[in-house]
Design a protein around this ligand. Sequence first.
Ligand code: NAP
Length: 292
Amino acid sequence: MTLLDGKKLSEELKLEIAEEVKQLTATGRKQPHLAAILVGNDGGSLTYVGHKVKSCEQVGFKSTLLHFDDSITEEFLLDEVKKLNENSDVDGFIVQLPLPKHINPDKVIMSIDPKKDVDGFHPVNVGKVTLGLPAYVSATPLGITKILERYNIETAGKHCVVIGRSNIVGRPMSILMSGQAKTGNATVTICHSKTKNLKEITLQADIIIAALGKPEFLTGEMVKEGAVVIDVGTTRVVDTTTKSGWRLKGDVKFDEVSVKSSAITPVPGGVGPMTVVSLLLNTLKAAKNEVN
Ligand code: NAP
């Protein structure tokens, strides 16, 4: 069994990005610049944005964090997005989700210039990805394709079962796996909460991508021998033995599934670190004007 070590791979990719940044700046180009808007003080969001800013520093990017109180109006936020759209020093930016209830996230995402939408959430980018055109692929699915690519996992002709159909993970993942790129050409089944006989389907899978947010949902008896298993889930569960009082659990029952699988991502240290590095890859693309 191969442990698909997203943490190690993300560190390797960061070194490669840092090298590219050096080469870019040596030719007189400016540092790539990622900005992030954070509204409110949600614990998870603060942690995620903190990782993103720290990763920017590690690879030599400039980063700007705009942190606003959760009492700001939607109009105020849309104006801040407009300013970032127009700021030629900023190559790409993200608006950390979730937003406070009184702000419509769809309206905010739609207001981002697709050329700076390094999270890949704007419908223009989603549409381009669907058509196989150059675009920003959203970070988690991009990170998963990098894991499969770097660990030389063959996807062509394989049966890939994606559990979960969210706009940020399951749906784009199913599109990428069925697309014609190198990490693609799979036969894809996408499952969701209304899927019947899920176990019968997962037992046929060569590759399973579990993205449903239900801790230890995928058990050993749902997986065939030799399957490749990607665990996207990250749910905080109470654990009084840790300093924080919680720990992260994936969607896969690791001890049961790892003995049957040929390769598997751990949680933590699998898909999570690759999501952050994918945002850096998208920002580098933006700085190099590779998506128009
Ligand atoms: P989401 O928006 O809640 O979507 C969950 C999906 O799972 C939905 O499509 C839902 O079906 C489906 N589902 C729920 N229960 C199911 C069941 N019993 N059987 C089959 N399908 C079921 O979640 P998300 O944003 O995609 O995130 C999924 C997980 O990944 C979460 O744990 C999240 O924290 C984690 N995540 C991790 C990263 C990372 O970087 N590691 C990034 C993003 C998300 P319906 O559509 O029918 O409701």
